[in-house]
Design a protein around this ligand. Sequence first.
Ligand code: AMP
Length: 194
Amino acid sequence: MRVVFLGAPGAGKGTQAERIVNERKIPQLSTGDMLRGAVTAGTPVGLQAKAVMESGGLVSDDIVVAIISDRIEEADCQNGFILDGFPRTVAQAEALDGLLKEKNLKLDAVIELVVDEGALISRIEKRVQETIAAGKPVRKDDDPEAFKQRLVVYREQTAPLSGFYAKSDRLKTVDGMMSINEVAQAIDALLDAV
Ligand code: AMP
């Protein structure tokens, strides 16, 4: 099963994706995690991506498309995957369609977690508090200024993806303001119907 999760930063994509990994035994492909890994490892991609990520901007389409293209070739993706944080621009969505077509694969579900923007700011503040309480380092792009910039970028570049997938009748939406369990149930119902 190949699934795309759409939604603003802080909408709960990562939380829901992690749960599905355990239940459906398919990997979560988070371009954000992969890029943070590249930054930590100091690879050429990481060096290129670091500043733009910290400021809340988007890494270039070419870089992330290449990362995903390689990653979905790996053995653990044979039975499918969950894309979390990719695509983030219409160009990336078109590239993904092209990549899958080349490999004779299709997307089974595109699910958008719809959330209220005001609530996102408090959710992210909570995430920062929990991270600090757990003694872990806080993501630089979770600071209030960078987070606001991520929301601006989301509105301008990523939100149009809803229209892109709706046009081809592939978009399903879930109310991301419900509890984590209720969101999980709604997602499961959509995935079970695939
Ligand atoms: P995330 O963990 O998904 O919130 O991603 C963190 C940061 O990584 C984003 O703010 C971007 O700078 C970068 N990033 C992650 N995925 C993408 C993508 N698909 N396209 C461009 N930049 C991305």
